[in-house]
Design a protein around this ligand. Structure first.
Ligand SMILES: Cc1c2[nH]c(c1CCC(=O)O)Cc1[nH]c(c(CCC(=O)O)c1C)Cc1[nH]c(c(CCC(=O)O)c1C)Cc1[nH]c(c(C)c1CCC(=O)O)C2
Length: 353
């Protein structure tokens, strides 16, 4: 299968702070339930994990948003929890509840016994999806691969499901931090191998989703979230299958207080949630790395006029200098009106840096 480099490489150029004639845009969770075509494919698959683990279906839903809107990048359709699943943890996605592990990790023995999955065999379905998507995209736009951060994966593995207060993992953090570090160390190796396999399969940029880093104190964020991510970034093969540099995007939701520390991770791009002012982030960080974000996903539920205003405010706030990738501050949500997404993409593309 031949996979040419991208005809539209605005996204990759912006990641590397190179000049672009139009600000690139893609959306976290751009393939998902707000799209009727996603709901139709999802109804054909037995369940969500079958959708993720069948390369033809994963490819189909990856392409849906980029066929409907002129987005500047595609993101692999998968989930961050493929790794704990491949480690042997029993995972189910329950309607209205999200992911649930039937036996959360709670003891030393289970943590010590966790294997590092071989991405080329146990997660081969992900690599097959990457290869198939690259082939189907035929170089029109780049493909982003991704993984969860070790801290965020550990949150789900220890809590067993989504959580408000992270009682179990924080109890471990404050009673046996070395044990937590042991788990994070296993996850560093698993995520680094997984992302390198995605890069070898054809991912042209990779993103670390640290959805729950913002739940930590500043000191704990550095030790238990940022440090493991920094180790992963330094272990990545940064040259893609086309010989081009593979940018790394680091997104910590709620990480606005720690941007300077995040910039030292080796990432090329920092993802910002909506609580940070884009222009202020740019002033704090200087011109050396790219910024991605940061529209409040709920702005898509507002009036067309205010959506355009909010979008332009972010573009103006960042200003004309290189290194802005427009995105939401977190994932798009299921009831989002499709026509508002079209309006958002058009507004970003019509703005001249
Ligand atoms: C924390 C997390 C997860 N998964 C992910 C994260 C990190 C990003 C974030 O903070 O949002 C990452 C993820 N999950 C999914 C993608 C697809 C790629 C994309 O289009 O961005 C990505 C990048 C598909 C998905 N992953 C999931 C869905 C919905 C499942 C469905 O179709 O029923 C999708 C489209 C399921 C999922 N998976 C997870 C949760 C909490 C849920 C339930 C969410 C919900 O029900 O709204 C774990």
């Amino acid at each position: 299968m031949t996979s040419p480099a991208s005809a539209n490489d605005r996204f990759l150029r912006a990641c590397l702070c190179q000049p672009v004639e139009q600000i690139p845009i893609w959306l976290m969770r751009q393939a998902g339930r707000y799209l009727p075509e996603y709901r139709a494919t999802r109804a054909r698959a037995k369940d969500f994990l079958t959708l993720c683990s069948t390369p033809e279906l994963a490819c189909e839903v990856t392409l849906q948003p980029v066929q409907r809107f002129p987005l500047d990048a595609a993101i692999l359709f998968s989930d961050i929890l493929t790794i704990p699943h491949a480690m042997g943890m029993d995972l189910q996605f329950l309607d209205g509840e999200g992911p649930v592990f039937s036996s959360p990790l709670r003891d030393t023995k289970a943590i010590r016994a966790l294997p590092v999955p071989d991405p080329e065999t146990e997660l081969r379905y992900v690599m097959d999806a990457v290869r198939l998507i690259r082939h189907e995209l035929a170089g029109r736009i780049p493909l982003i691969g991704f993984a969860g951060s070790p801290w965020t994966l550990a949150c789900y593995m220890i809590e067993g499901r989504g959580s408000r207060d992270f009682q179990h993992i924080k109890a471990m953090l404050y009673s046996d931090p070395e044990l937590l570090e042991q788990l994070l160390d296993t996850l560093v190796r698993a995520v680094a191998q997984y992302l390198n396999a995605q890069i070898r399969a054809g991912a042209q940029a990779v993103m670390l989703f640290d959805s729950w880093g913002g739940a930590l104190t500043s000191a704990a964020y550095r030790r238990f979230s940022l440090k493991p991510m920094t180790r992963i970034i330094s272990a990545l093969e940064r040259t893609g299958s086309d010989g081009q540099k593979v940018p790394v995007i680091l997104f910590t939701k709620g990480g606005g207080n720690w941007l300077e520390a995040m910039a030292d991770s080796g990432a090329d791009v920092l993802g910002l949630d909506w609580t940070v002012d884009m222009g202020e982030a740019r002033r704090r960080l200087g011109p050396a790395l790219a910024l991605q974000g940061n529209l409040d996903p709920m702005a898509l539920y507002g009036s067309p006029e205010l959506l355009v205003q909010e979008t332009q405010a972010i573009l103006e706030s960042h200003g004309p200098q290189a290194g802005h990738i427009f995105n939401l501050g977190h994932g798009i949500t299921p009831q989002t009106p499709v026509e508002q997404v079209a309006r958002l993409v058009e507004t970003v593309h019509n703005w001249r840096p």
